[in-house]
Design a protein around this ligand. Sequence first.
Ligand code: ZN
Length: 148
Amino acid sequence: MNLEELYRQVIMDHYKNPRNKGISDVDGYRLVHLHNPSCGDDMRVIVKVESGIITDVRQDGTGCSICCSSASVMSEALKGKTVEEANKLINYFYQMIQGNKLDEDKEEALGEAIAYKGVSQFPARIKCATLAWKACEQALKEVEENNE
Ligand code: ZN
């Protein structure tokens, strides 16, 4: 199996079996709802931060396989991280998706999210891949601003 096939498998796995999907109780969470008009993706992300640690991330949305699977990958990648670590990972993800070369340790830190590396070759899909990450980034920013 080549790397491209492996990446495709990761994406399809998260698309078919999304992690942390479904939003019901938002008490104690910060919710951000984002829309990607160019593709029709619609994504809601909720985060719970306790003592600077992201204790829960959940996502729910509709859209293309890139967007929905990426939300699942994001939720797993950021759950349990400190806000600072999460913001770093979000930034690495953006750099990668824009086609920038990352150091090995940064690629390693991204874990399964590295599967979206190839999206940089399809500029129209970049918004799909980053939508849930943007929502989470915004939620974390709001938590910080509100000193929750
Ligand atoms: Zn999309």
